[in-house]
Design a protein around this ligand. Structure first.
Ligand code: FUB
Length: 345
């Protein structure tokens, strides 16, 4: 794991806390009675539902493995179409009700199929290895009942489910550093970090088609390749553009958009491809860095408008593990390019 005397996350938090007052927010937190992060938004039953992480205070020292993200449960939020009021539906799933999980309920997502709702979530298993689990409910608001074991063949963090027009569902996942993607070599977990050389293709996000019952992977896990305009893979050294965590896929005008966080350079970036597997050609930045170390988002269309859901640390004046989810409108231009968003005036 990354080992530095003062972690990158700690250094950024010090700066953020000093400068928090000068960030003039364009968007208000959707809720302020709890800390929330990593918003995955979907339209279910004609309403926007948001599946966020539930951030909590902790005594754990900030480090670059993200141990200070010590979340224990999930709440589901929804937005009333008429009033725009945000409803907190309460606890949807707790770590104590997940047999295989020990701690750190990180960024989740959800999907709907045939009247059932599926909630996908990462957590450390009993050995401390991040895995991805699934839980089910008959309501988009939960509560969700977790399967006894994590999804076989799953690893790392940040699950995101994309439903294609033909009724296929795909699970995207992966995250560096604390997300342990660099600890998986040829299907095995190792405590040894390993990254491709600087000039080689960067560590990729992962994906696989979901099985018909939505509870398992229907195929071998595949790599998501992001290439530049010449078709060359984005390299390890290119940390302004390479994948770090927070996968999301949406479809616009028949094209597939793979968006993600660049992690230590704090952008939400994206590429466009012709199918759910990629490759995705790098296009640019969707969301510039926000207050806080992490940047994590989702993109959803509702009533003819596109929205970006994201988080920052404004509600806690810059504490990187105490975040709040926000919503803003997103625009594709006439060429399908996403117009870059800045969260502050
Ligand atoms: O919320 C914990 C972790 O922080 C998420 O899994 C990452 O995407 C980052 O937002």
């Amino acid at each position: 794991m990354i080992n530095k005397e003062v972690s990158d996350a700690e250094r950024k938090q010090q700066l953020d806390i000093e400068n928090a007052h000068s960030f003039k927010q364009k968007d208000e937190p959707l809720v302020s009675h709890i800390y929330t992060a990593d918003p995955s938004a979907h339209v279910f039953e004609d309403k926007i539902y948001i599946y966020p992480s539930h951030d909590i205070e902790t005594d754990t020292q900030i480090n670059d493995d993200g141990d200070h993200f010590a979340m224990k449960d999930y709440h589901v939020l929804s937005i009333d179409n008429d009033t725009n009021d945000v409803i907190d539906h309460g606890v949807a799933l707790s770590v104590e009700n997940v047999k295989w999980a020990s701690k750190q309920m990180w960024a989740p997502d959800a999907a709907h199929k045939n009247g059932a709702y599926y909630f996908y979530f990462p957590a450390r298993d009993l050995q401390g290895i991040f895995r991805i689990g699934v839980a089910t409910s008959h309501s988009p608001a939960g509560p969700f009942v977790a399967e006894d074991n994590y999804i076989e063949g799953s690893f790392s963090i940040d699950p995101a489910v994309f439903e294609d027009d033909d009724g296929s569902y795909y699970l995207y996942f992966g995250g560096l550093w604390g997300g342990q993607l660099q600890n998986w070599h040829e299907g095995q977990f190792s405590l040894q970090d390993s990254y491709p050389e600087d000039e080689q293709a960067a560590l990729p996000a992962k994906m696989a088609k979901l099985s018909d019952d939505m509870l398992s992977l229907a195929e071998e896990v595949q790599d998501i390749v992001i290439v530049d305009e010449k078709g060359h893979p984005i390299t390890t050294a290119d940390n302004q553009r390479r994948f770090f965590e927070a996968s999301w896929v949406h479809k616009h005008s028949g094209k597939y958009y793979f968006s993600y966080s660049t992690g230590d350079t704090h952008n939400i970036a994206y590429g466009i491809g012709d199918n759910p597997y990629g490759p995705f050609v790098y296009q640019g930045v969707i969301l510039n860095p926000v207050l806080g170390w992490t940047n994590h988002h989702s993109i959803v269309e509702h009533q003819g408008k596109w929205f970006l859901f994201y988080h920052d640390a404004s509600l806690s004046s810059g504490q990187t593990h105490l975040r709040c989810v926000k919503k803003t409108q997103l625009h594709h231009d006439s060429d399908g390019q996403i117009i870059t968003i800045t969260a502050y005036e």
